[in-house]
Design a protein around this ligand. Structure first.
Ligand SMILES: *Cc1c(COP(=O)(O)O)cnc(C)c1O
Ligand code: SF4
Length: 338
């Protein structure tokens, strides 16, 4: 490889994803015996992973915590009672295309269905995205909806991954939201700073800082190994541009369901300027049952975490229950008061 090779742009990196299970196994020196089942599962929810994220996986280790988040497995094809296509019943809170309104003070907008990585446990793996790409014409309907409801003080951009959208479009959307006087904050839920850190460019920072809205970026990392030097650098750039950084994690069996892994994750996040926000219990989406942990174990784990970390390093353990006015906080701390 030539030493003068130009650095790949984030757009190029986004089109240069690993989508072929065979390539994934080869790059990681893994046994071909995983291939048949990987192909079968990828036919339902395609394999997708960035080269940057792949580079952080340990070669030859089929149990690598990053690999397990993206490798399609035959287990996904099993039908398990209690796991469904739309566990959050989002269809009922989707008043107009691209907009979800579940909680009083904030709405969630999906600008795109694209992600840079497909997380096998994702609760949106069956979401009817095609009907939820509002397009620019849809923005006016969304803006009108927000204008009509003075309770809405925060607009959340969420998955697909909103940072897969180009800077001009983001800037235009942010400007439209900033026109609505009761909107104070714009929150971006994104995995890109973690899986495609090259996305954090000066142009993006420009788009995020040239607005009166307070910007919050909620990243999604599940394991300390996801945060390498380049990710740290990207996060630092966001922080030094006045972006509030939070992280959400999904509790995943055999990936991060042990106290040591969770402590390390919180410590590593904080060192990179990110506060742990939520630790989600898995949403019961069909195809992801093998990642699930029973509630008692989750609460025990969370208690152990609280016993060992500064309070601000302990994420809130939450689950989503359809029809509730906020996420549900799970805690067994009352049990230990007596
Ligand atoms: C999770 C979620 C939010 C954000 O909830 P917070 O508790 O404020 O983080 C907003 N809207 C929808 C539809 C959500 O699922
Ligand atoms: S929406 Fe988030 S969790 Fe789901 S596949 Fe995309 S990046 Fe992964």
């Amino acid at each position: 490889m030539s030493a003068t090779k130009l650095k790949q742009s984030w757009q190029d990196a986004l089109t240069d994803l690993i989508t072929d299970p065979q390539e994934l196994l080869q790059v990681l020196d893994l046994d071909d015996n995983l291939l048949t089942s990987a192909r079968a599962a990828a036919a339902l929810f395609p394999l997708k992973v960035t080269r940057s994220y792949l580079a952080r996986m340990q070669k030859g280790d089929p149990n690598d915590p990053l690999l397990k988040q993206v490798l399609p497995l035959g287990l996904e094809l099993k039908t398990v009672a209690g796991y469904s296509a739309d566990p959050l019943v989002e269809a009922e809170v989707n008043p107009i295309p691209g907009l979800l309104h579940k909680y009083k003070s904030r709405i969630l907008v999906t600008l795109t269905s694209a992600c840079a990585i497909h997380c096998r446990y994702c609760f949106r793996r069956h979401f009817p995205y095609a009907e939820n790409n509002p397009g620019k014409k849809g923005w006016e309907k969304i803006a009108a909806y927000i204008e009509a409801d003075l309770n809405i003080t925060e607009v959340i951009l969420s998955g697909g991954d909103p940072l897969t959208v180009n800077d001009t479009m983001l800037q235009e959307f942010i400007a439209r939201m900033a026109d609505i006087s009761h909107v104070k904050r714009l929150r971006i839920h994104t995995r890109l700073p973690i899986v495609l850190p090259e996305r954090i460019t000066p142009a993006l920072l420009n788009a995020l800082t040239r607005t009166r809205l307070k910007i919050i970026v909620v990243v999604h990392a599940n394991h300390a190994q996801e945060i390498d030097a380049q990710v740290q650098q990207a996060l630092t750039l966001l922080r030094t541009n006045d972006v509030t950084l939070l992280n959400q994690t999904v509790l995943l069996k055999n990936i991060n369901d042990n106290v040591q892994a969770l402590i390390e994750l919180s410590e590593t996040l904080f060192a990179a300027g990110v506060l742990p926000y939520y630790l989600h219990v898995l949403d019961k989406v069909a195809g992801a049952a093998h990642f699930d942990i029973d509630l008692n174990s989750a609460m025990t784990l969370h208690k152990q975490l609280s016993d060992q970390l500064s309070g601000y390093l302990v994420p809130k353990l939450v689950c989503e229950q359809p029809g509730k006015s906020s996420k549900t906080i799970l805690s067994n701390s009352f049990l230990t008061i007596a």
